[in-house]
Ligand binder design. Structure first.
Ligand code: HEC
Ligand code: HEC
Length: 207
């Protein structure tokens, strides 16, 4: 009996500091505003550093992107300038850290991004038909297909991503099965004008 109590006491002594440390690390993430340095104080994105809106992002999409950045599946192509800004930020995160960041970012209120792109939205509507299969008629996204909401995201960011998918700077990694699906569809957009047009149409879709 006393042996048992002794074991419990030892276990508590070992576990308590561990738990305290874990809690401290958790708080460090909550207090660490390093996401907002680039993504904006309110998380609505910052075109100056090409960091997109996070406020209102689907938790499952946020989680996957942080994981693939961390694991070097996204943001490691030598020509992916914007991705290479973000990739080292995610390498600091543990699984628990990611869960905490997702919960924290999830508490930021959604604010639609400012419109900056003007193209031929009518031409874009025709181009968007193939996108709707995965991203939804209102660009609301589909968790089942892994396709994020596009409506409400910074339009300049959508243009960069479509350009990068088309060029194979994003989505070409052997382990990026979701990105490679998207890469095939970005390649159906013939040129810069097609990209601007489809994004202009997405701008007309309210979130
Ligand atoms: C040094 C600036 C910087 C910091 C700090 C930073 N990011 Fe980023 N982040 C970026 C840039 C730039 C991009 C755009 C990458 C691209 O174009 O592929 C990005 C992209 C992302 C994306 C992809 C969004 C999407 O729609 O695909 C997510 C998610 C993200 N960041 C989350 C975070 C979180 C969470 C933190 C804090 C833990 C953070 N970032 C810290 C610069 C930063
Ligand atoms: C077969 C399904 C599918 C189709 C069709 C599709 N997408 Fe995607 N799209 C995805 C998936 C999955 C992702 C997420 C990739 C990832 O996790 O990195 C994505 C990501 C994106 C992104 C990046 C968003 C972000 O926040 O980083 C953009 C922009 C995008 N798609 C636009 C389009 C457009 C425009 C079309 C039509 C020309 C289209 N997609 C067609 C599945 C699809």
């Amino acid at each position: 009996m006393s042996k048992c109590i002794f074991r419990i006491a030892v276990a508590l002594l070992i576990c308590l500091p561990l738990q305290a440390r874990a809690q401290l690390e958790g708080e460090a993430y909550y207090n660490d505003l390093y996401c907002q340095t680039c993504h904006g104080a309110d998380g609505v994105g910052n075109e100056g550093v090409q960091a997109p809106r996070l406020a209102g992002m689907e938790p499952w999409y946020l989680k996957r992107q942080l994981e693939i950045f961390r694991d070097g599946i996204r943001g490691t192509h030598p020509a992916d300038f914007q991705g290479s800004e973000m990739q080292p930020m995610a390498t600091l995160l543990t699984d628990e850290g990611i869960a905490e960041v997702v919960a924290w970012v999830g508490s930021w209120p959604y604010v639609p991004a400012e419109l900056t792109i003007e193209g031929d939205a009518a031409a874009g509507a025709a181009l968007y038909r193939s996108c709707a299969t995965c991203h939804g008629n209102s660009a609301e996204g589909s968790e089942a297909l892994g396709a994020p909401a596009l409506a409400g995201q910074n339009d300049w960011y959508l243009v960069t991503q479509l350009t990068n998918f088309k060029a194979g700077y994003r989505g070409a990694h052997a382990q990026d099965s979701q990105g490679s699906q998207m890469m095939a569809f970005a390649r159906m957009l013939a040129d810069e004008k097609a990209i601007t047009d489809v994004v202009s149409y997405i701008n007309t879709l309210a979130r």
